[in-house]
Every structure is written in C-alpha cells, then in structure tokens.
Design a protein around this ligand. Structure first.
Ligand code: GLN
Length: 492
C-alpha cells in the first residue's frame, strides 16, 4: 500500500527496520497533498520546511542508534484551534487570521516530545461551531469519499486529512461531537476522551465544561498510541484529572467475551436513516458473535440533550469569546473613533454568522430574568442526562449507538437551516454533557459512503472502548477501505 495510507504503527515498524526513512514518509505525505489537497482542502496552513526538518532530525537519531518513540517521524495534522508556537492558529476565523501563538499547547508539546512530525493546521468550523466545516471563514473542506459532500465538523479538516492520506494521524477537539461526527463521515476512528483526561492548555476555548481534545486515526492501535502520548495530568489545566499514566495499548485485545453492551432504545427508535440503523444492528451482531452480551437499555432524557446543549454551549461560548475585543490580539478594525466603536466594529467584521448566532443565544440565556428559565434549567437537564448514563452503566460496561443519523450530506444542504445542522450531533452531544469517553469507528458503508458506529464508556474507561473497538476492527474490514480519490504517490 502507499506509504501515506499506512497507519502509524506500521510506519513505525518500517522505520525501526530502516526500510524507510522519516524524510521519505514526510515526502510521501507532501506528494499526496500536492495530488489531492486541491480537491479535499483539509489544511489552512502547511509547514513543509519545518516538517522536513523535523523528519530529518528523526532520521539522524535513528542513524545514531537511538530508540524511536512510537510516534517519532509520523506526520500529524493539528486542528487549527490548538496552539502551535510560531505557526499561525486561526480557529478558521477572521478574528484570529494573524494570531501566532507564543507557546505550544500541552498536546503539541507531548507529540513533539515523541518527535512526531507536525505538518500543518487543519480546517474547521469557525471556533469549532458547526458540523460540516462549511462555517470556516476561509473555505469548505470536502469529503474524500465524495467531494460534493461535507466531511463533517467541526474537526472536518483533521478527519478528511487522515482519510485522504494527507496526514497519518490528527488531533481534533470535541465539544458536542466534533471529533466523532467527522470521523464517522470520513470513515476513520475518532475518540473523545473523558472530560479531564487530556489537557486543554493551549486549546482555544469554545465551551469549557464540554471541550476535549482527542485522536483521529486510521485504526485502534494508532488511537491508543496517540492517546498514550497526549493523555495524563497537566498542572497548567485546572480541569486536568490526576492519575497515573496508563498504557492504552495494553487494551488492544481481540476479545470481548463477557462484556455487557447496552443498545440505547432512544438512539435507534427514530430520526435516523434506515441503513444506518441496520449497520448498528450488524455491529451489535458482530460483537455478540465474539462473545459480548447485548441488551436494550433506556436513556429516558435523551430527547432533551440537544436543547440543553444549545443553551449551555452557547452560554459558555458567549463568555469565552468576549476576549476578542480587538485590543489584545487578533483582528482589529482600523480607523475607529473610540474603543467602543472599535470593539463593536471588530466583532461585527471578525466573527462569522454562526459564531454571532451562538454569542447572541448564549448572552440571552445568561441575561438577567432569563438565566433561571434557560441556563439554570439546562444545567438541571444536564444532571438528569448524566444520571441516565450512570444508571445504564450499573448494568453495562459499554453502550453501542449510531454516531450520526445519516452518512455525509451534500455541501450546502444544511447551511440555510441551523436546526437541521444542529441535528447532525443529536447522537453525540449527550456524551459531552455527561463528560464520558466515546469513540466513533468505521461500521460499514451505504452507497459508497462510510457510516460510523459509536461506543460510549464509563468515565476513564477508554481502555474498554479500545478493547471493544479493536475486537470489532479485527472482525471486519471497513477500516481498511480507502476513498476512491485520484493521485498516485510513493508505494511499496
Ligand atoms: N456541532 C456542534 C456545535 O456546533 C458540536 C461542535 C463541537 O463539538 N465543537 O456546537
């Protein structure tokens, strides 16, 4: 297979056997970018020279007989809301068009410590608000499986790059589904870890009680390797959970015997494509055949997750985004008479329509007189949703659900109707409200488009997700299929 289509763990094997160099891998990925990026458009910024220099350093270390970390020499795409020192970080917003962070996010530091090769910053919905990457202030990313369709969002650039062979692995962020939904629509693995497992130091905040960074990869071995690299306590993030480092690769066990898996009735009853429902049922059958016990379960407050999320997330966003005032950094509208006019004009010009909609919704929900009726009520609903999961997890180790109601939709299909767009995340939002870990994995195909299935776990049970996902992957081939995109490249 072409080098750019191999998972990181296979590239690592080739590297340590000296069958390929890190510079060759890096070149192969940049050749792939030259061939298909014009179609897919995953990247806002590429750092070819920096990447090749980092790859050359890995080769030098290898020649000197040094031992390579598992991700050394592996080309990575990083979502553009994660700070990279010296490399512009825009959040796909005009507001940050010129923002060059003076520091690396903790996750970037940790990848650098392994000598992973950062190759560029991936496109996203502006400030991570959206489900299609069409809300990027710069351009829309396209789905590698069908360029007339969206890659999902908001981490659409990251998911599309991993699927298209223009990154081997990527990082995304997930506030209500933004890792899992694009992973599902692009046919790759995307994990949202437990709230607190991965440091958000250096992640531009959207909704701080929901945001998490996580891996987007081609398979579960890579998912475990990236999680190993980025997880663990960080004193610079006050919400970072304490705890010993875990080796997630120890959970890559091809065996689910005895695992109790619940199928939430509310996720399969209505509002989803019949083909997607079928694929979830087939996935349940695969896991059952491998020895898991599957049973229906109820999460009675599911219907309230979406309305609660669209009060809580915008409320937090309206507060987080107050910092973009044209004074301290980012865009500033020139030629204004006074600071009030300047801030007003800056925000009017700097933010896109969806971001403004969220700020207005959130400001309204937090305003005097409406706070109790909207924000506080949404917080109460959030508690009920968390309790639904707690009850389900008294009986089950995992839950199995669809990731999205349908496969990738055509570009432009939902941009006129925000509610339709919001419904893309109807199966992923509740997990963020409850702070749980969940992963989307390739579950099958409908008319040539990938369909994701979602596994949801107890807090800090990423290992169980990896075990079940790995077993499913070893019993199926979906993760081995590659999109019918043109472009040749180095093969071996
Ligand atoms: N699509 C959801 C939203 O627009 C979730 C976004 C995210 O997870 N960042 O808010």
């Amino acid at each position: 297979m072409d080098l750019y289509y191999l998972p990181a763990h296979e590239l690592h094997r080739l590297l340590v056997r000296r069958e390929v160099s890190a510079v060759e891998i890096c070149r192969a990925v940049f050749e792939r970018i030259a061939a298909v990026e014009e179609t897919v458009r995953s990247y806002l910024t590429l750092d070819r020279d920096g990447a090749l220099a980092r790859a050359a350093a890995v080769d030098r270390e290898l020649r000197a007989g040094g031992e390579l970390a598992p991700l050394a020499g592996i080309p990575f795409g990083i979502k553009d809301n994660i700070c990279t020192r010296g490399l512009v970080t825009t959040c796909a917003s005009k507001m940050l068009h010129n923002f060059v962070p003076p520091y690396d996010a903790t996750v970037v530091e940790r990848l650098n410590a392994q000598k992973a090769v950062l190759i560029g910053k991936t496109n996203m919905d502006e400030f991570a608000m959206g489900s299609s990457t069409e809300h990027s202030a710069y351009f829309a990313t396209r789905n590698p499986w069908d360029p007339n369709r969206v890659p999902g969002g908001s981490s659409g650039g990251s998911a599309a790059a991993v699927a298209a062979g223009t990154a081997i692995c990527a990082l995304g962020s997930d506030t209500g589904g933004s890792i899992r939904q694009p992973a599902a629509l692009c046919g790759v693995v995307g994990m949202k870890p437990t709230y607190g497992l991965v440091s958000r130091y250096g992640l531009v905040a959207f909704a701080s009680s929901l945001d998490q960074i996580g891996p987007i990869t081609r398979d579960f071995t890579d998912c475990a390797l990236v999680l190993n690299a980025i997880s663990g306590h960080d004193a610079r993030d006050s919400t970072s959970a304490p705890g010993e480092a875990v080796d997630y690769t120890s959970f890559l066990v091809d065996d689910v015997r005895g695992l109790r898996i619940g199928l939430p009735r509310e996720y399969l009853d209505s509002g989803l494509d019949e083909g997607v429902r079928q694929i979830v049922k087939e996935a349940a059958a695969v896991l059952e055949a491998r020895g898991a016990c599957l049973e229906e379960v109820t999460l009675p407050h599911t219907a309230y997750a979406l309305p609660a999320y669209y009060l809580i997330a915008p409320a937090e966003a309206s507060s987080n985004l107050a910092r973009y005032d044209g004074v301290r950094y980012g865009y500033r509208m020139p030629d204004q008479d006074n600071v009030i006019d300047m801030t007003r004009a800056t925000r009017r010009r700097g933010f896109g329509a969806e971001v403004k909609r969220r700020i207005m919704l959130g400001t309204y929900a937090l305003s005097a007189g409406y706070y109790d009726a909207y924000y506080l009520k949404a917080l109460r609903v959030r508690t009920l949703i968390r309790r639904d999961f707690e009850q389900a997890f008294e009986k089950f180790d995992l839950l199995l659900a669809p990731t999205t109601p349908e496969p990738a939709f055509p570009i432009g299909d939902k941009t006129e109707d925000p509610i339709k767009m919001y419904l893309s995340d109807v199966f992923t939002l509740a997990v963020n409200l409850a702070g749980l870990p969940a992963v989307s994995l390739p579950g099958g195909f409908l008319n040539g488009l990938p369909v994701g299935i979602q596994l949801i776990g107890k807090p800090f049970a990423e290992g169980t997700l990896l075990r079940a996902g790995y077993t499913f992957q070893q019993s199926t081939d979906h993760h081995r299929r590659r999109p019918p995109l043109g472009g040749g490249g180095v093969s071996r």
